[in-house]
Design a protein around this ligand. Structure first.
Ligand SMILES: [Zn+2]
Length: 264
């Protein structure tokens, strides 16, 4: 162990190199009023707090379930609500969806159901909420429902009744849960029952939840989805924009056509 340095030489060492204040020891001698180091005492160096913050951030990141790079990249900053080819009323709807999601991200309360066709932008908005919370250092759990049901199906079976499953507990209790792609699943009654337990528990506990789904309001029947319709708790936002990939296709075709015309 080297000699401990004294505090107050403000530590802004680059995170990759050894801390210039404590030389990597993690502790420093505080200064006496005389300005000399107090060799009788040691205090944690400020770099250890930075390290703790970093660790807690990577813990939150792991907990979030947002391991897909694609999802990590979906933020409010890069959400394109001014999509080309959208008629004004759809563009306005998309802007409103964006504002609603951003407001929810700032202060998650109740349930937000983002409903619309594939590619309308609802998953982007849901992931943006998750990434916003993570950036704030707040816990959030992102779950793709069909994957979660696969997990439940393989974990909970009538033959081998598991009594404890970590993912199940985390999803049930997360302070903020994002359920992406709800209603796309075909599954076993047993797994369905576990999903119902999650929804019902969160419903009773009033835990903040974001749900994206292709289900229409008419299709929201049955013990699970009927919870979405409780206006006391849940807000349903219907995103009317069509698949963004049709924008891309339209643009590609336009470009291809342009090229051909130039060539021809
Ligand atoms: Zn240090």
């Amino acid at each position: 162990m080297g000699t401990l340095s004294s505090a107050e030489e403000t530590a802004e060492a680059p995170s990759s190199s050894v801390c210039s204040v404590c030389k990597g020891v993690g502790f420093v001698h505080p200064r006496l009023s005389s300005g000399n180091p107090d060799y009788s005492r040691i205090v944690p160096c400020s770099c250890t707090r930075q390290e703790r913050d970093k660790k807690s951030r990577s813990r939150l990141q792991r907990y979030s379930g947002l391991e897909l790079e694609l999802l990590q990249k979906m933020t409010f900053d890069n959400f394109d609500w001014k999509r080309v080819n959208l008629p004004p009323e759809q563009r306005e709807n998309l802007k409103k969806a964006y504002d609603t999601a951003l407001e929810f991200a700032r202060s998650p309360q109740g349930w937000l159901v983002l409903q619309g066709d594939t590619g309308c932008g609802k998953t982007h908005l849901a992931a943006a909420i998750a990434n916003y919370r993570l950036k704030e250092g707040k816990p959030v759990k992102f779950v793709v429902v069909p994957d979660f049901l696969d997990h439940l199906r393989s974990t909970f079976t009538p033959e081998s009744p598991v009594t404890y499953d970590q993912l199940f507990e985390e999803v049930k209790n997360a302070p903020l849960l994002i359920l992406d792609d709800f209603g796309e699943q075909s599954t076993t009654p047993w797994a369905e029952e576990k999903l119902y337990q999650v929804i019902n528990y969160r419903y009773n506990a009033r835990l903040a939840t974001v749900i994206t789904t292709r289900l229409t309001i008419d299709e929201m029947a049955g013990p699970i989805v009927s919870r979405f319709l409780d206006h006391q708790l849940s807000m349903i936002f219907h995103v009317t924009a069509p698949d963004y990939r049709t924008d891309a296709t339209a643009n590609r075709n336009k470009t291809a056509r342009g090229r051909k015309e130039r060539r021809g």
